[in-house]
Design a binder for this molecule. Structure first.
Ligand SMILES: NC(=O)c1ccc[n+]([C@@H]2O[C@H](COP(=O)([O-])OP(=O)(O)OC[C@H]3O[C@@H](n4cnc5c(N)ncnc54)[C@H](OP(=O)(O)O)[C@@H]3O)[C@@H](O)[C@H]2O)c1
Length: 263
C-alpha cells in the first residue's frame, strides 16, 4: 500500500490484523495520516468531537456483494479498519448492519492498543435501533458493565419488554420518541465523553448523519469490482448533499483508499 495524494509516499506493509508488541512503522504512518485532528486542508471545524465514517464500495458504487460487505474488502481495507477503530472512542452502527454483519464487541485483533492512551478501554459498539431486535449480534450483549459495554440507542416508544431485557446487558440511551434523532444521539454520546466517533454505517444511518450535517469525514475504500444488481449505495434516505475535499488517497494493488473531509 502507498500514498499517492497529496504526496507520493513509501510502500507500507499491509498488516490486516492488530497485534501486541512494537507498533509497526506502517501502522504508525497510517495512524498519523488518519489522525484525529482535522487534516491540514479541512475547511470546516468540527461542531462536536469528530464523526467519521468508514465504508467500502464497488467501483460501480454497490455497498454489498450478495448482501454483505465482506466480499468488497481486502487486506488494506482491513488494515485501515483496525487503525480507524484504534483511533475511535466509540463505534456507531445501525442495527441493520449489526444484524447482517453479525456484529460483536470490538476484538483485540481489531485494535492497535499501542495507538490508544495507556489503559484506555476497547471502544464500545453503539447500535441505533427502533425495534431493539439484536438477533445475530447477541454477542454485543455479553460485555460487562463498564466503559466497553455496548450502548443501545433507541426511542421512548421501543418495545418495553425488549428494553427491560437489556438491563445489565447494555447501556440504553433514548434519543427520540418514535425514531432516533441522530443529532440528539451524538450529543448524548458526547455528553458521555465519546468525542471521537467512528460510524461503520450502514447506508440508512449514514444517510441520516449526512442529512443532519454531522459527518466530518468519510473514509472510503473503492473495491476493484463491478456489482450491478440491486445493491444500494453507501448512504440512503432522502436526498442530502455535502461537499467533500480529498484529504489523502492510498492505493493497494487495484484498491483505492481515500479520506474525504467535510467542506
Ligand atoms: N459496504 C459497507 O461499507 C457497509 C457498511 C455497513 C453496512 N453495509 C451493508 O448495509 C446493509 C444494511 O443496510 P441498512 O441501511 O439496513 O443498515 P443500517 O443503517 O446499519 O441499519 C438500519 C437500521 O438501523 C436502525 N435505525 C437507523 N436509523 C434509525 C433511527 N433514526 N431510528 C431508529 N432506528 C434507526 C433501524 O433498526 P431497527 O430495524 O432495529 O429499528 C434500521 O432498520 C447490510 O447489507 C450491510 O452488509 C455495508
Amino acid at each position: 500500500m502507498r500514498q499517492i495524494y497529496p504526496v507520493a509516499g513509501p510502500d507500507l506493509q499491509v498488516i490486516p490484523r492488530a497485534a501486541a508488541g512494537p507498533l509497526p512503522d506502517a501502522v504508525a504512518r497510517l495512524a498519523h495520516l488518519y489522525g484525529n485532528g482535522a487534516a491540514a486542508n479541512a475547511v470546516v471545524p468540527p461542531r462536536h468531537g469528530r464523526l467519521r465514517a468508514n465504508m467500502v464500495a464497488s467501483a460501480d458504487g454497490a455497498v454489498t456483494l450478495a448482501g454483505r460487505s465482506g466480499g468488497l474488502s481486502g487486506p488494506a481495507d482491513k488494515m485501515i479498519f483496525t487503525v480507524l477503530r484504534s483511533l475511535a472512542d466509540l463505534i456507531l452502527v445501525g442495527a441493520g448492519t449489526a444484524r447482517t454483519e453479525h456484529y460483536r464487541p470490538v476484538q483485540q485483533e481489531e485494535t492497535w492498543l499501542q495507538l490508544r492512551p495507556a489503559g484506555a478501554p476497547l471502544p464500545p459498539i453503539a447500535v441505533v435501533t427502533g425495534t431493539l431486535d439484536l438477533s445475530n449480534c447477541e454477542g454485543l450483549l455479553t460485555v460487562p458493565p463498564g466503559p466497553s459495554q455496548t450502548i443501545v440507542i433507541t426511542t421512548a416508544a421501543a418495545p418495553a419488554d425488549r428494553k427491560a431485557a437489556l438491563a445489565g446487558k447494555a447501556r440504553v440511551i433514548e434519543a427520540g420518541e418514535y425514531a432516533v434523532d441522530v443529532r440528539t444521539a451524538v450529543q448524548a454520546l458526547a455528553g458521555l465523553g465519546y468525542s471521537s466517533i467512528l460510524t461503520e454505517g450502514g447506508p440508512t444511518l449514514l444517510g441520516e448523519l449526512i442529512a443532519a450535517g454531522l459527518l466530518d469525514e468519510l473514509c472510503l475504500t473503492t473495491s476493484p469490482q463491478l456489482a450491478a444488481g440491486p445493491a444500494g449505495r453507501i448512504a440512503s434516505g432522502p436526498p442530502a448533499t455535502q461537499g467533500l475535499s480529498l484529504g489523502h488517497a492510498l492505493v493497494d494493488g487495484d484498491f483505492l483508499l481515500c479520506r474525504y473531509l467535510s467542506g
